[in-house]
Design a protein around this ligand. Sequence first.
Ligand code: TXA
Ligand code: MG
Length: 335
Amino acid sequence: MDNMCTMWIKKEELDKAAVYLRSGDVVAFPTETVYGLGADATSSQAVQGIFEAKGRPSDNPLIVHIGQLTQLDQLTPRVPQKAQQLMDKFWPGPLTIILEAYTDKIAPEVTAGLSTVGIRMPNHPLALDLIRRAGCPIAAPSANTSGKPSPTTPQHVMNDLDGKIKAIVDGGETEVGLESTVIDVTNDKYPVILRPGSISQQAIEDCIGSVETSTKLEKSSGPKSPGMKYRHYSPKQPVKIIYDDWDRQISKLLKNKEKIGILANDDVLRQFDSKVSAVYSLGSSKNVHQASKWLYSGLRAFDQMDVTVILVEAHDEEGMGIAYMNRLKKASSNE
Ligand code: TXA
Ligand code: MG
């Protein structure tokens, strides 16, 4: 699969992308969260192409994307009541629901041998149209090289995967910028959020009642979502989370002759622009949705810049801020 020429596909040519998917090729496409790297979820050979292109460990399962509810019949024998309520409320949208899997109908590479499968119906017109045209459920992890931040623009995908995948559907910048919330409802009595996202625990509890979060569980029993155990992206340079004391932190680092990059909203950037080596905007004023949308672009941008430390603005850990801080803490740790 190496050294192919990766094609750009415009939204008017979506049928080309559908034909590639149907014939077992790997195609990147936009969703409302981040770009996905898609292949026919019923074909082992097609799905192996995803793992090869990303360099993804084979024990980390993929999310299956559907374009209509009838596709569930191919994927799971049972939709528990709480799962049904979540689908009614949040699909199409950034919520991945873990259900019991039809292991004889889904390629085993998708589930990494588990008896469960993560499913989501993305809320993006191009993604929905593409999946419907392809006519098969589409397995798709984020379309980055394993270990890099998820791509939020088609150019990020090209930078990572040029020559390794058949095509990229150009849908511009993604809206949310962080990956979907993942919830396990295989045990209807005991739903667990495995990964925070833009659909908050509160919104989920308003829909189905109380849920656990895996961050609490992990302290007692180790990671529950296979993806959680892998090292996540940290840039070459150390990342420091700044809660409030920009002035003090910057002065201290300047004394140590550090070259500082700042990833924050424009109010902060205006204040410190002249003192630091590089800045990247997370929006015109402090706003966790804008910060989430541009966090990964910013981290990618600093990879190319001459800075020795990256300072990133913190947000309150509530609602979207929980997902934002979850990803930011992963970027700032060296585990
Ligand atoms: O927003 C998103 O979810 C994006 C777009 C493309 O849809 N996709 C995405 O996929 O972020 P990926 O592969 O990067 O993350 C999927 C996460 C991983 O942490 C994986 O371990 C977990 O979902 N997962 C998938 N299937 C699972 C299963 N059966 N049980 C537990 N966790 C599962
Ligand atoms: Mg990913």
